[in-house]
Design a protein around this ligand. Sequence first.
Ligand code: MN
Length: 133
Amino acid sequence: MSNLILLVEDNEANQMLASAVLELEGFEVHVAGSAVEALDQITVRMPDLILMDVQLPGQDGLSLTRQLKTDPAMAAIPIVALTAHAMSGDRATALGAGCAGYISKPIDTRTLGAQVRRYLGTDVKDDRPRVAS
Ligand code: MN
């Protein structure tokens, strides 16, 4: 089974762009447009990595990250924040919320796949390499 990426992103253009790139890179992608949808998706199948837009309608992405990190069943899922390039303050906040790192928006389609693969191989709490599935 290919790695499942949960893309939590409310912007439709970004949803389509990131999904297309990641699917071409061989990932399976589930998309959620809000925190509520993300929690529903996680219930359906546990993702291997979450790409988390910081700014979401309703509960924001970093609040959702903090929530997931307090849940023992979900705390190990690496979460990578999607932050607007200019918002450098968002990045420190993202790491503080428990994100493994961040990817700048606008999304760079040439490097997104490599960035995601890097984070998939990196567990914040466990530096041992993961066995490829
Ligand atoms: Mn957004």
